[in-house]
Design a protein around this ligand. Structure first.
Ligand code: DGL
Length: 268
């Protein structure tokens, strides 16, 4: 049955946050979800801090107007730069992707181990991962590598092309001799390139995709705040983008097997 419960709002610059959306949908089948992809302004990772904060606040404000009971920032770049601002403006809980990913990474990294974080230029420049990892465990060695071509390649659906493998090799080969224990996919687009990354890094490196960890964090927050939808409710999905809804639908299907029924457009 459909129930009168408030939705959870999830946003990203484009398709990447769908990796988080998918994990939340699987874990919380009774919830109403609204997904917003800022396809008119993707990528965020090459934009200034001011731009990312302003776009993120605009979208969070829009979701709040839609009466969401929680905001999930399914974007590492926006989490790195705008999480405190969004928390300040929202009267509802706000969850980013970095803390859940950091906890998942530390759970499988030995003391003093080596962690490589890959992300957008903006995420890497913010050192948000390094700070969050060291806050919990100062003994790990953290390396950070920006991979700015990855997001456009994913948005284009080029997850298995040789140009993508070449770019990945260029970014990652300097780390092959560094005895990396754990690699964090520090951008929600990157799980769609996990196979390419795995082929380069080899089977011994533990690869962390924070989507699942974020979904568990969302459930924990909703439980704690007594905001979980009753189990008898049937979840619903709404997809909203700021441009090109057709491309979004096709790619959501091709990359993640999702079939958004209807994708609305909201321009800012
Ligand atoms: N998927 C986002 C992230 O996790 C944004 C990437 C981008 O738009 O550059 O960082």
């Amino acid at each position: 049955m459909s129930c009168r419960v408030s939705p959870v709002g999830i946003f990203d610059s484009g398709l990447g946050g769908l990796t988080v959306y998918k994990a939340v949908r699987e874990l919380l089948p009774s919830e109403k979800l609204i997904y917003f992809g800022d396809t008119a302004r993707v990528p965020y990772g090459t934009k200034s801090r001011e731009a990312v904060i302003s776009f993120s606040k605009e979208i969070a404000g829009y979701l709040i107007l839609k009466k969401v009971k929680m905001v999930v920032i399914a974007c590492n770049t926006a989490t790195s730069l705008a999480l405190p601002e969004i928390r300040r403006m929202a009267q509802v809980p706000v969850c980013g992707v970095i803390e859940p990913g950091v906890k998942a990474a530390l759970a499988t990294t030995p003391p003093g181990g080596r962690i490589l974080v890959i992300g957008t230029n903006a995420t890497v420049a913010s050192h948000a991962y390094e700070k969050a990892l060291h806050r919990i465990n100062p003994s790990v060695e953290v390396m950070e590598q920006a991979c700015p071509l990855f997001v456009p390649l994913v948005e284009e659906g080029w997850t298995d092309k040789s140009v993508t493998e070449d770019a990945a090799l260029e970014y990652l080969s300097p780390y092959l001799s560094k005895k990396i224990n754990t690699l964090i996919l520090g951008c929600t687009h990157y799980p769609m390139l996990e196979k390419v990354v795995r082929n380069i890094m080899g089977s011994k490196v533990h690869i962390v995709n924070s989507a699942l960890a974020t979904a568990y964090a969302v459930r924990q927050i909703l439980e704690k705040e007594k905001l979980l939808a009753p189990q008898r409710c049937r979840g619903t999905d709404r997809f909203i983008v700021s441009d090109s809804p057709g491309h979004f639908s096709v790619m959501a299907n091709r990359l993640l097997g999702l079939s958004p029924q209807k994708v609305m457009v909201k321009r800012f």
